[in-house]
Design a protein around this ligand. Sequence first.
Ligand code: KG4
Ligand code: ZN
Length: 342
Amino acid sequence: MSKPVTILAIESSCDETSCAISRDGWMLSNVVAGQTIHEQYGGVVPELASRAHIQHIVPVVDAALKKAGCELKDLTAIAFTQSPGLIGSLLVGSEFAKSLALALDIPLLAVHHMQAHVLANLIPNDTTSQRSLPSFPFLCLTVSGGHTQIVLCHSPLHMEVIGETLDDAAGEAFDKSAKLLGLPYPGGPLIDKYAREGKPNRFSFPEPQIPGLNFSFSGLKTSILYFLQDHSAKDTDFIQTNLPDICASIQARIVSILMNKLKKAARQKGVEDCCIAGGVSANSGLRTAFRELGKAEGWNTFIPPFEYCTDNAAMIAITGHYKYLAGDFADLSVSASARAVW
Ligand code: KG4
Ligand code: ZN
């Protein structure tokens, strides 16, 4: 019997330090340390994020190895997020990964963070009652704090971005709207929480008319700003008394913008399987709308479990696993990069 492929993966592109261990693609552990320090600043402060990664990386890697019941000698390869992200944050994880690969004399796997979000949909799970993983070719709507993309996936390592945002990402639209409402960072999960008690049709925000499969969210942010200013001028308690309805209405518009473009893309490409990924795919309104649209359009729909939606190292491990199988190794001279091309 051939030796199992055991990968230690590190994710440190933004404000989560994470380490996962996979064996033949199955996750043995996925430890994530968040950073609450940024809440008081209303957004991620890059220098503070880098410092927190330095503090967290050794304990997080130790915890992931322990949880997986693994020792360093069991590892086959080291995977890490090479790009895109905050450069100081990426450097902590990438230099740690390179040092570990060098010390253990095992291969290094450089992973693209956005491809990894997509491949979170390929992490095997125990569901046996129905087909639980998408088949190629499939479409993935990747919605995070920094990106909004529609990706056509031909194979695990061959993906094509067929639509993306021209300005803000969907996560930014949630976070900036939340900031206007006086909610702390990151506001996306809070809008989700308040929206559950609100009426999505109470207030109407415009849908941008962007041609093709691209998105734009900056106009929405401006219209929300004017809407809140107008109403608050007449009633200083407007936000406080209407928070659930405002959140539900904002969320409904962001979700409809995303779903309309995904529907257009799926019809154009004629795919049967569609996925969502990235931090915003944790949004309950988006998950429900995506499943309903899938039913209406006759797609098979796939959504990663919550822990694999927001930033995590399990998605780096599964991407690393496919790179390992393809023999796509990185040299020790590889460096982290804030921006990345596909
Ligand atoms: O993928 P992710 O963890 O990090 C990036 O790669 O950016 O995504 C973070 C984004 C943030 O904008 C956050 O507000 C948003 O995902 N987010 C949500 C929810 N959970 C996380 N947005 C709306 N509803 C949620 N439940
Ligand atoms: Zn991400």
